[in-house]
Design a protein around this ligand. Structure first.
Ligand code: GAR
Length: 201
């Protein structure tokens, strides 16, 4: 049985594209039921249209308060009724009300080896810190900032002379492998959350 997934993205959407490609290639037993974005100008919207995926725009700037924006986002997510909500470069922190509504059903990709370099500009943080290895992490979302149970990680070397952009590009190649793989495992029913640990069955 195919799972229903919904993708939340705010920008370029290259991870979204990697997920679309993996679904179309038959590698993930899922249908992508919706793209939900906070940014009507996101290139991810073009990608969705090209793939025939319905788009819901919940434009943060169009709401009088954060509470009302979050209520609207929550309703849109509930209407999609997905088995899994995938944060593919969704650049707004989701409030506790949204996170609690979908326990164990929301995944995020982060461009660093968590728990290092949480929050925004993770690649810049890694370059500034001087680490020799960074990478990407796919994790379940809980109420902490980038702190939920880890599903997959890939390490990526930081090379002398790297700047934020060169490191981000290198990490991105790995994100495009890691994210569809984690989604595949979920959709095959092979992920089990045990406390902080994610077991792959
Ligand atoms: C990706 O590098 C993703 O890991 C990062 O934003 C980029 C989105 O690229 N996400 C975060 O930093 C979340 N805190 P994309 O739009 O091309 O997928």
């Amino acid at each position: 049985m195919k799972k229903r997934i919904a993708v939340l993205a705010s920008g370029r959407g290259s991870n979204f594209q990697a997920v679309i490609d993996a679904i179309q290639a038959g590698k993930i037993p899922a249908v992508c039921a919706a793209l939900i974005t906070d940014n009507p100008k996101a290139y991810a919207v073009e990608r969705a249209k090209k793939a025939g995926i319905p788009v819901r725009v919940i434009d943060y700037t169009a709401f009088p308060s954060r509470e009302i924006y979050e209520q609207s986002l929550l309703s849109a997510m509930q209407e999609v009724n997905a088995d899994l909500y995938v944060l593919a470069g969704y650049m707004r922190i989701l409030g506790a009300g949204i996170v609690r509504a979908f326990p164990g059903k929301m995944m995020n990709i982060h461009p660093a080896l968590l728990p290092s370099f949480t929050g925004l500009h993770a690649q810049r943080q890694a370059v500034h810190y001087g680490v020799k290895v960074s990478g990407c992490t796919v994790h379940f979302v809980d109420e902490s900032l980038d702190g939920g149970p880890i599903i997959l990680q890939q390490a990526v070397p930081v090379i002398d002379g790297d700047d934020e952009d060169s490191l981000a590009d290198r990490i991105l190649q790995h994100e495009h492998e890691c994210f569809p793989e984690a989604i595949r495992l979920f959709c095959e029913g092979r992920l089990e959350i045990v406390g902080r640990h994610v077991r792959v069955k």
